[in-house]
Design a protein around this ligand. Sequence first.
Ligand SMILES: [Zn+2]
Length: 148
Amino acid sequence: MITLASVIDQFQDDFLSEYQNRLRPNQISALHAIKRCRTQMSPVMQVNCADCDYQTFVPHSCGHRNCPHCQHHDCQQWIERQVQRQVPADYFMNTFTLPAQLRPLAKQNPRLVYSMMFDCAWATLQSFSKNDKQLRGDPGAITVLHTH
Ligand SMILES: [Zn+2]
């Protein structure tokens, strides 16, 4: 099985030689954490069988918020919570993209800029729902921020 850690291990040097100057510290941190996650490079914990004397050492997860191994369970739980919250209505996916000209500002003030972007997106959805004769309803929304 190919793991993300093995892909990073194989291509990290080429990737960093090409893009290191453009990566933010948190992106480099994520890369290193995911590469080490549940490998021999990570710290280990001792686990014991409750029914016999068997013991073994298991590598730790990295716990990084961008690690697909570590976040898979939380992601599935989030999806299940969203499904349970659904109401009997039509659902549409709308994508709002931050204009490229505002991205440097978002890097400096992410909380403010993304909050304003969500406010604008919500106002747009409400306006369209109110003014479109086919929609005619009160919108609801589940919003997700994708930053990369
Ligand atoms: Zn991890």
